[in-house]
Design a protein around this ligand. Structure first.
Ligand code: 5GP
Ligand code: ZN
Length: 114
């Protein structure tokens, strides 16, 4: 959609290190990783943020979350765990306005976030 970076990645117009792809979803490594494992799971359809989702998006959201979990396992986070994060709008620290789940793992992470 327009100049959305993640739509560009989903369409293949912008390169990324893809981990998984199907008709509706895509997972790729974050460009600026904040942990040894740091990847993003997105819907291919442009959804701005989690606040814009409704009941009709429930199945898609479930797929995204389960894909994030499965890939976290495959990338070695099954034992130690990981953090699954959805930043939303300005207070949530969202910088790319296309819904995405961050998965961070491979080291201990502090809480609460700053
Ligand atoms: P947000 O702050 O919106 O929750 O997270 C956006 C994430 O997207 C950031 O962690 C940032 O490093 C990542 N990112 C921004 N632009 C690109 C890009 O072009 N390619 C990839 N792979 N990641 C990106
Ligand atoms: Zn988009």
């Amino acid at each position: 959609m327009g100049d959305c970076i993640f739509c560009g990645i989903a369409e293949g117009a912008i390169p990324s290190k893809k981990i998984f792809e199907d008709d509706e979803t895509l997972a790729f490594h974050d460009l600026a990783p904040k942990a040894p494992v740091h990847f993003l799971v997105i819907p291919k359809r442009h959804i701005r943020n989690i606040m814009e989702c409704g009941a009709e998006d429930g199945v898609l959201l479930g797929k995204l979350l389960l894909r994030a979990q499965g890939l976290a396992r495959e990338l070695g986070c099954g034992e130690g765990g990981a953090r699954f994060v959805i930043n939303c709008k300005s207070d949530g620290g969202q910088t790319v306005d296309h819904l995405h789940i961050h998965v961070l793992g491979g080291r201990g992470l502090g809480w609460p976030p700053g």
